[in-house]
Design a binder for this molecule. Structure first.
Ligand code: V47
Ligand code: SF4
Length: 394
């Protein structure tokens, strides 16, 4: 959408003067404050938020829509913490659906991808006392020995804070051990909502806001990039979301180490917050559009399709999103256990390319650091690209 069309929306009858003046700031390419963000969140019509977010997205990336070919390893779902929103974790009582993979089982997962052109392994799971810093350093070393070019994106700041505390090492020492073993970057999980009115109510016992931010800051200073997330749509309000995004924006001003921001929609199945209703799709669209508008210094905005659903992810491509994460195998359980509609979160390269093309965007395969690997706009996806589908991996 062009500027002209946005001005037509702004000139429509009844548009508030506050929304008009904040929109001018956005159209000028300037940063908006938390207060200005609140005006937009509360008063701007969805169509305007979408148009502004899309304007920014197209100015940066045109029609390009990124995805990567990756797979997950979830070492365990046993967890020492007790996040109220989590449907995934099991405690240490015997349970039929609890798992704990050995090093050999995890290396076997990597082996299954021999000959398949994946570029990233994403390692994330529950927090287990036996799986300590040195266990994981050894695992990463062995993964790299098997497949040196594979990018290892591993461990949320929550997992790392626990690992480092147990090993009695500083964040810097711990991160250096993992970096030396071959860890390349960190995923963005565990951020949830930073505000002190909310965090103790939903995840009291895990890494605090300050610890989460300090671990990412240390990683960035050591040259290790990361992502960041926000769990939205539960007991937080718009102000809490803006406060959260502002802390991430401030850290990014200092380090420049975040590649991408991922709003994660709260799903309410089988957890201690099942009484909290899930928000509507229009709230999802507002949340993503505001993320694109507010986070002016984090380049990419990702819709993690296994959680938000394929069609919603497709729609979000018109509301600021430029990245759809990956083609993923069917071991990703965190969302299907929480009620996400993607019970089988596996998409082949062919599927994801078609999903993007259907809404007239340009599919571009990227690596973890957003180097472009292949442009699929005109290419017919060959058989070779289909082989990532989960069915071929069982
Ligand atoms: O921190 C847990 C979220 C996160 C629920 O960096 C839930 O590329 C919704 O961060 N409803 C872990 N969300 C996953 C994560 C992630 C995922 C994909 C890509 C990347 C990346 C990071 O999952 C947790 C928490 O915020 N989560 N339970 C739930 N019921
Ligand atoms: Fe454990 Fe992570 Fe679940 Fe919290 S969200 S209980 S840290 S697995």
């Amino acid at each position: 959408m062009s500027n002209d069309n946005i001005y037509t929306i702004l000139d429509s009858p009844g548009m508030s003067s506050g929304v008009k003046s904040v929109s001018e700031i956005i159209l000028d390419g300037k940063r908006i404050s938390i207060e200005e963000g609140l005006i937009m969140y509360e008063q701007a019509p969805l169509g305007l938020l979408g148009a502004l977010a899309n304007f920014i997205r197209e100015k940066r990336f045109g029609n390009k829509t990124f995805f990567n070919r990756n797979f997950h390893i979830e070492p365990t779902n046993k967890c020492v913490f007790d996040c109220k929103f989590c449907s995934y974790a099991r405690n240490f009582q015997p349970a039929e659906d609890a798992w704990e993979l050995s090093e050999e089982q995890m290396l076997h997962i990597v082996k299954k991808y021999d000959g398949i052109p994946v570029t990233e392994v994403h390692i994330v799971g529950g927090v287990h006392p036996k799986m300590n810093l040195y266990f994981f350093a050894e695992l990463i070393r062995k993964i790299k020995a098997m497949r040196p070019e594979l990018h290892v994106k591993a461990f949320t700041a929550v997992e790392l804070e626990y690992m480092f505390r147990k090993a009695k090492v500083s964040y810097e020492e711990g991160l250096k051990v993992l970096k030396e073993a071959g860890m390349d970057s960190m995923p963005g999980g565990g951020a949830e909502i930073f505000h002190e009115d909310i965090r103790p109510k939903i995840c009291a016992d895990k890494a605090s806001t300050e610890e989460w931010l300090a671990i990412h800051e240390t990683a960035h200073r050591l040259g290790m990039p990361s992502n960041c997330t926000m769990l939205y749509g539960h007991i937080e309000n718009y102000y809490h979301r803006l406060h959260h995004m502002n802390l991430l924006r401030e850290l990014q001003d200092n380090t420049g180490g975040f590649n991408c921001f991922i709003p994660l929609k709260f799903r309410n199945k089988d957890n201690e917050m099942s009484n909290v209703p899930e928000v509507s799709i229009t709230e999802d669209l507002r949340c993503y559009a505001m993320a694109r508008i507010f986070m002016d210094n984090i380049p990419h905005l990702k819709a993690y399709w296994p959680m938000i659903g394929r069609q919603n992810a497709q729609m979000l491509l018109a509301f600021g999103v430029d990245d759809l994460d990956g083609t993923i195998d069917d071991t990703t359980k965190i969302y299907s256990m929480a009620g996400a509609e993607e019970q089988n979160p596996a998409m082949s390269t062919q599927d994801i390319v078609e999903l993007i093309r259907q809404v007239n965007r340009q599919p571009v395969e990227r690596d973890t650091l957003y180097n472009e690997i292949r442009d699929y706009s005109d290419l017919v996806v060959e058989e070779e690209a289909k082989d990532i589908s989960a069915s071929s991996l069982n």
